[in-house]
Design a protein. Structure first.
Length: 177
């Protein structure tokens, strides 16, 4: 059961999505809009992952400006589920999914394995492309800007299906969004 289409407050970002809005895409204007509409959260592990980033001061400023840092504190009844999840994912992804459960929010995560586990456990999940679609549907960005953002983040290491169209809407339909 895919729950990727809707956004539920708060939005809990994984490192990859944070990087896509950060140094890969330089999308501070979109983070500002998101932070006005949603509470933006990163886990303690995602925060620590940005510590080793060459752009550390850049992320310090983004985190200070737009994000809250939350500590994962799941009730015991979820521990068995999270043994399964933590065995398959890194600590940052595990904390993001755990916080989405704990806070009843949306995990913003791009890794396929994490998204499959989110679907398996019916956790609300979206990713960078889902957020771009949100901005596009809300008429915050147009087709041209969406395509430019995708080209830019792909050029800086974000892995996407082949993108041979000039239309963001066609691309989203092609990948099933």
């Amino acid at each position: 059961m895919s729950k990727r289409k809707s956004l539920h407050n708060p939005l809990i970002f994984d490192t990859s999505a944070l990087y896509n809005f950060g140094h890969r895409g330089q999308l501070n204007d979109l983070l500002k809009i998101l932070s006005e509409r949603f509470t933006l959260i990163i886990s303690t592990e995602v925060f620590y992952e940005t510590r080793s980033e060459p752009n550390r001061s850049f992320y310090d400023e983004i985190i200070k400006t737009y994000f809250k840092i939350e500590v994962l504190d799941l009730p015991n009844k979820y521990l068995e589920m999270f043994k399964d999840i933590s065995a398959r994912l890194d600590k940052g992804e595990t904390e993001v999914l755990g916080l989405s459960l704990q806070l009843k929010g949306t995990a913003i995560i791009d890794e396929r394995a994490a998204r499959k586990l989110a679907d398996k456990y019916e956790l609300n999940c979206n990713g960078t492309l889902g957020l771009l679609k949100y901005f596009y549907d809300e008429k915050i960005i147009d087709d041209k800007r969406a395509v430019n953002i995708i080209d830019k983040i792909k050029g800086k290491g974000f892995h996407l299906p082949e993108f041979n169209t000039d239309s963001f809407n066609d691309f989203i339909k092609k990948i099933g969004g």
